[in-house]
Ligand binder design. Structure first.
Ligand code: FMN
Length: 306
């Protein structure tokens, strides 16, 4: 049998390789998830879903910069009741872990949505406590350690599945927020969501996005995300998923060396397509082979040891 240097165990979930689809990049349909799995992803994170359907903000919701995207979609989603059907359908055809990203406006709402997602078949939930552009949820929860802890404790009590907590870089100390998350029971930390940002149209003299402020993703935020992962690794002992600006195997390996056990890819899919997962996995495998490592685990956090 061919040796698999790339398999990982993420809080009990078995991934054939450490690449994952980041939340929000490709909608909610079974067909899309199947396409991402065929592209070689080790796991999938859905777009964030809440208790009730939401239409999101008016256009423009996304604008391009010369180093990434700024988006303020406003968390459009069909609501968990509707999406639960898609989760069950997806689980019937998908052979890789499906992680459902959820948000709420109270701790109870997070717990209710998490429970419905887990009942429908989600292998884990990822708490979006880091969206920078919707009031009273996302980063407004993830920036306050006490409220964040309450959310995590309620979700942990409601679901028997691993709970991933996705953090915002828009905080004074991401290490303190990561520690608080783990104290409250987080099984995995995902770092990072987008960086609060904006763009202005000089002809109209108005902000481009209808929400004015959004979140920056793509290559511009990679060094920020890498620093966050490096700092979190020094303070918590649960697996970390690195996310932010990863576009090739070299970026992915940097995150693994900083302390990430897995990586998520978002914006790069827009330019490179779903086969990016295979390309990055091949690159990581070649790197491990060239350096004489037997498994991806051997390089997780290695930059802290040298
Ligand atoms: C258009 C768009 C929509 C997003 N929607 C969500 C979302 O619903 N939930 C979430 O947790 N993150 C969301 N994100 C953030 C990404 O999951 C990711 O954290 C961020 O884009 C950084 O990774 P990247 O540079 O590889 O895109 C979204 C990002 C983009 C660009």
């Amino acid at each position: 049998m061919k040796e698999n240097r790339l398999g990982i165990n993420l809080a009990g979930l078995k991934l054939q390789n450490p690449t994952m689809l980041a939340s929000g990049i490709l909608g909610y349909t079974t067909e899309t998830f199947k396409n991402i799995a065929d592209g070689g992803a080790g796991a999938i994170v859905t777009k964030s879903v809440g208790l009730k359907p939401r239409s999101g903000y008016a256009n423009p919701t996304v604008t391009q910069t010369n180093c990434g995207l700024i988006n303020a979609m406003g968390l459009p989603n069909p609501g968990i009741e509707e999406f639960a059907k898609e989760i069950s359908e997806t689980k019937n055809v998908l052979h890789i872990p499906l992680i459902v990203s959820i948000y709420g406006f109270t701790a109870e709402e997070y717990a209710t949505v998490a429970k419905k997602a887990a009942t429908a078949g989600a292998d884990a939930v990822e708490l979006n406590v880091s969206c920078p552009h919707v009031k009273e949820t996302g980063s407004e929860i993830g920036q306050k350690a006490e409220i964040l802890k309450e959310v995590i404790k309620k979700v942990k009590a409601a679901v028997p599945k691993p709970v991933f907590v996705k953090l915002s870089p828009n905080v004074t100390s991401i290490m303190e927020i990561a520690e608080a998350s783990v104290d409250a029971g987080a099984d995995v930390i995902t770092a990072i969501n987008t960086v609060k940002a904006m763009a202005i149209d000089v002809e109209t003299a108005k902000p481009i996005l209808s929400n004015k402020v959004g979140g920056l993703s793509g290559p511009a935020i990679k060094p920020i995300a890498l620093r966050c992962v490096y700092e979190i690794y020094q303070h918590v002992n649960v697996p970390i998923i690195g996310c932010g600006g990863i576009t090739n195997w070299h970026d992915a390996v940097e995150f693994l060396l900083a302390g990430a056990s897995a990586i998520q890819i978002g914006t790069a899919i827009a330019t490179k397509g779903s086969n990016i997962f295979k390309a990055i996995t091949r690159g990581i495998d070649a790197y491990l082979k060239r350096k004489g490592f037997r498994s991806v685990d051997e390089i997780v956090g290695l930059s802290h040891k040298s």
